[in-house]
Design a protein around this ligand. Structure first.
Ligand SMILES: *Cc1c(COP(=O)(O)O)cnc(C)c1O
Length: 384
């Protein structure tokens, strides 16, 4: 495939060659642990499936190409990918992270890796200057998530890439909410881009998987070593499903963005709605940054009720029929979540309210159903 192929072409073709044995146009599910060697040590590049598997390789090559990266590695979950990044560090090292952070990442940082001697600072990332004040000799990594969950803040990747370069730090960007279709952090100077493939990339709510990519040769070699040594690799059947899902990522994201915009504007006009968090609004505090680093605003929206009543929030989400109450996001179907009682339930009320996760905050993952059915569903749920 041409090196300068466009996203849609890469999503369909990158990494996918007709099967050398049969010409099968789809990469087969190589459901095998090991590979025959005609003589000891003589093989076709595949020895054991923790280290190499052809179905996984096809997926890795595809996603590596979508992130404009040199090297990429798939993991058995998004959290396994986060875990692999942290294994690049040593006891005593410090990480500066976004404070509005995916709950699973927060838990891994503050329990397992704090026990192993890593130190984490959770900072509001609006001002690189104030983050710079936290950097010392032990600081090795900046961890960004943008847009953030659930409040849809947008962090300036370019500014943090500059800061990371100046202090010789690794910059990791969790790109799960944007997907490579809307944002490619390595192009903006990040060292590593991380994904929960589970969400938009696989896109059909049927696979749990993670991914890391980099253009730093040394970091890539170390991640490859960690992937094979720790062994949190996905199975070939799941890789096949993710590879099938990614072929329509561009089409799905276009529709997620369109539907997201309609829903965000509808919510904003509704008298029962308080704040609406969506980076596409011109008066969103990070709208300019979002416009510069993203090619669309995605399908994730959070909002509060004017009453800020927990009861009313529960009533509204329970009346929705097209939107299903569930954790997770990024699938073709619309989902609705209540962060205070679901994803953020483990954070004390006072703490979560400080960051804006109030009792009535509702998070939507707007799917790709027909927009009029989504709006009707919301209208009915609010009207009752
Ligand atoms: C879901 C998610 C993860 C974790 O991924 P899993 O595949 O569930 O392990 C990490 N970061 C973000 C932003 C996520 O949404």
């Amino acid at each position: 495939m041409k090196k300068d192929a466009k996203f849609a072409t890469k999503a369909i073709h990158a990494g996918v060659e007709p099967d050398p044995a049969t010409g099968a146009i789809m990469t087969p599910v190589y459901q095998t642990t090991t590979y025959a060697q005609p003589r000891p040590g003589v093989h076709k590049g595949y020895e054991y499936s923790r280290t190499q598997n052809p179905t996984r390789h096809a997926l890795e090559k595809n996603l590596t190409s979508l992130e404009n990266a040199e090297q990429g590695f798939a993991f058995s979950s998004g959290m396994a990918a986060v875990d692999a990044c942290l294994k690049l560090l040593k006891p005593g090292n410090e990480v500066i992270s976004t404070n509005d952070l995916y709950g699973g990442s927060y838990r891994l940082f503050t329990t397992t890796y704090a026990d192993f001697g890593l130190k984490f600072h959770f900072a509001n990332m609006d001002s690189p200057k104030s983050v710079e004040a936290l950097i010392n000799d032990q600081t090795k990594m900046i961890w960004l998530e943008t847009p953030t969950n659930p409040l849809m803040s947008v962090i300036d990747i370019l500014a943090y890439a500059d800061l990371a370069r100046k202090h010789d730090l690794m910059l990791v960007v969790d790109n799960t909410f944007a997907s490579p279709y809307l944002q490619t952090p390595l192009d903006l100077g990040a060292t590593i881009v991380m994904h929960s493939i589970t969400k938009y990339i696989a896109g059909h709510s049927d696979v749990v998987m993670g991914f890391l990519a980099t253009n730093d040769k040394d970091v890539g070699e170390r991640l490859k070593f960690i992937q094979k040594s720790s062994g949190a690799v996905p199975g070939p059947q799941d890789c096949f499903l993710a590879l099938r899902g990614v072929k329509t990522l561009h089409l799905r994201m276009e529709r997620h963005c369109e539907n997201g915009a309609e829903v965000a504007h509808w919510l904003r006009k509704h008298p029962k709605v308080g704040k609406v968090y969506w980076p596409g609004f011109e008066d969103h505090p990070n709208h300019e940054v979002a416009k510069n680093q993203m090619s669309g605003f995605g399908g994730m929206i959070s909002f509060t009720l004017a009453s800020d009543s927990l009861e009313e929030a529960f009533d509204i989400v329970s009346r929705l029929e097209v939107f299903t109450i569930a954790e997770s996001l990024g699938g073709v179907e619309s989902l609705v979540g209540h962060p205070a009682s679901m994803t953020h339930a483990s954070i004390p009320k006072e703490e979560r309210e400080k960051t804006g996760v109030t009792d009535s905050l509702i998070r939507l993952s707007v799917g790709i159903e027909h927009i009029s059915d989504l709006i009707d569903d919301l209208e009915k749920a609010f009207a009752n």
